[in-house]
Design a binder for this molecule. Structure first.
Ligand code: PRP
Length: 463
């Protein structure tokens, strides 16, 4: 029996939240019905092979899988589009257009992590089969915009990519003027998974992740017996609800997360050199926010290990983090540029002459258990990772660990404790990071600042 009420990554909907969720669903269903779409609901439990993700892929790894009583491999739905393509392939008799919408839960067996998506998440979406070309894509983008407007989301933008500029321009020209005004072409949006053509996302300033994701997947239905060009999208119900419940992100100010301690001083120095008024910034441990006199920039003072979490979750737009923290946390943030300070190395250290490759069940103390685990696994070494929060060098000195995996800057802490570097795991520097949505929606503020920082960084490097 677990000592928590519910497994990690799932939650109850209580009456107030449930009513908000169902009100949103019914507003969206009205839009989808007006488009002529019909409702479908595939089962949450299906054969793992009905989802086309290849064993070994990230998506396959994250499916909840288990054996049926007859030994066949079952999975909880990671994404409904494949199941709906299967339904469409079986329902499509006449060959005309088929429009389906759904409102259901999907599942992802993500590891426990501060910024991770819940393991059960609600999605509302639309799939349009036997629909080819830019005209059908434009219809779907238009319905996506109508759906977000009906949900009450203001100031959203839709970004389009995955196709040639000429194709995307044609698509945009087919959109009604109010939708066109919200659309932006971004050739950098990557096409992944089953997408074969245009891909699109909807972004809103008060949500750190896309509210809606979609695209064209012309080859999918053929896998279930009938080739049909198709395009569709899914809306993340919880993300829309979160976005509706949050105050507009910082009232339009640029929110910068600054890690307290070593990196803060250097961060303030470089920001000041870029013309940012940092006079309100004080690392006194009590004041947790500050702003520039013109209120255009808000500073948030965070523990160094937390900076990427605030940024991934959209509570800050950009910030400074050590590469060590990024490697450890594995957060989904944009690494804008390396900064010319915070340079050090993650190393394996211990007593001189220690052959740690030959120690049975090596004991390794570290602040970076994920980094250490990956490092030892790559070397084929089985290690007992001891997670500590600081003063790591004590562990070998007291005989609690054989080695440590830690950052080494000047090397003086190692020296003072009679230890030496045994191997280098990764070089580290401070990095300017950004929330992926903010990076786009607040580009007008972020890009010039990043450019100035980059120039200063290059000067520092050349110096
Ligand atoms: C870090 C790291 C080392 C030390 C390395 O600790 O964990 O102990 O700095 O720097 P050096 O090579 O210049 O001596 P930090 O000062 O962050 O304190 P902590 O041990 O409490 O984590």
């Amino acid at each position: 029996m677990s000592n928590t009420l519910l497994p990690y990554g799932v939650s109850d909907y209580l009456p107030e939240g449930y009513l908000k969720k169902t009100a949103l669903e019914s507003a969206l269903k009205t839009v989808f019905s007006a488009f002529g779409a019909l409702p479908v609901e595939p089962p949450a439990l299906d054969f793992a092979e009905n989802f086309i993700f290849a064993p070994g892929s990230r998506e396959y790894g994250r499916m909840f899988k288990f054996a049926d009583t007859d030994g066949s491999l079952l999975a909880l739905r990671p994404d409904p589009t494949m199941q709906i393509a299967r339904i469409a392939a079986s329902q499509c008799k006449a060959g005309g257009p088929l429009k389906f919408f759904y409102s259901l839960n999907s599942y992802e067996n993500s590891r426990r992590r501060a910024g991770a998506r819940p393991r059960e998440f609600a999605q509302i979406g639309l799939e349009y089969f036997n629909a080819a070309g830019a005209e059908a894509d434009a219809e779907i983008v238009r319905v996506a915009a109508d759906a977000l407007a009906a949900a009450g989301i203001q100031n959203f933008r839709i970004e389009l990519g995955g196709e040639t500029p000429a194709y995307l321009e044609k698509l945009v020209s087919l959109l009604p003027a109010p939708v066109k005004a919200r659309v932006e072409i971004d050739p950098e949006i990557a096409r992944a998974g089953y997408y074969t053509g245009v891909v699109f996302n909807a972004l809103a300033p008060n949500c750190g992740a896309p509210l809606l994701e979609g695209g064209r997947y012309d080859d999918l239905a053929a896998r279930y017996g009938k080739a049909m060009p198709a395009v569709g999208f899914a809306i993340g119900t919880a993300r829309v609800l979160e976005s509706l419940s949050r105050p507009a992100a910082g009232g339009g100010a640029l929110r910068i997360a600054l890690p307290k301690g070593r990196l803060m001083k250097e961060g303030v120095k470089i920001l000041s050199a870029c013309g940012v008024d940092c006079s309100g910034v004080a690392d006194d441990g009590r004041v947790l926010t500050a702003e520039t006199p013109d209120k255009k920039i808000k500073f948030i003072f965070v523990k160094p290990a937390d900076a990427p979490i605030y940024i991934e979750r959209g509570a800050a737009d950009i910030g400074i983090a050590g590469k060590d923290v990024l490697l450890e946390e594995g957060c989904d943030v944009k690494e804008v540029l390396p900064l010319p300070f915070g340079k050090c190395r993650i190393c394996v250290a211990g007593y001189a002459g220690t052959d740690f490759t030959g120690i049975n069940n090596l004991r390794a103390a570290t602040k970076y258990p994920a980094v250490a685990e990956r490092y030892f696994a790559e070397k084929g070494i089985s290690a007992d990772i001891i997670k500590l929060n600081g003063s790591i060098e004590l562990a070998p000195v007291l005989g609690m660990a054989d080695v440590i995996v830690d950052i080494v800057e000047s090397g003086s802490t190692l020296k003072a404790n009679g230890l030496v570097v045994l191997d280098e795991v990764a070089p580290v520097s401070a990095v300017l990071i950004a929330n992926k949505v903010s990076f786009k929606l607040k580009r007008a503020m972020i890009a010039p600042l990043a450019k100035k920082i980059n120039l200063l960084g290059n000067e520092a490097r050349n110096f």
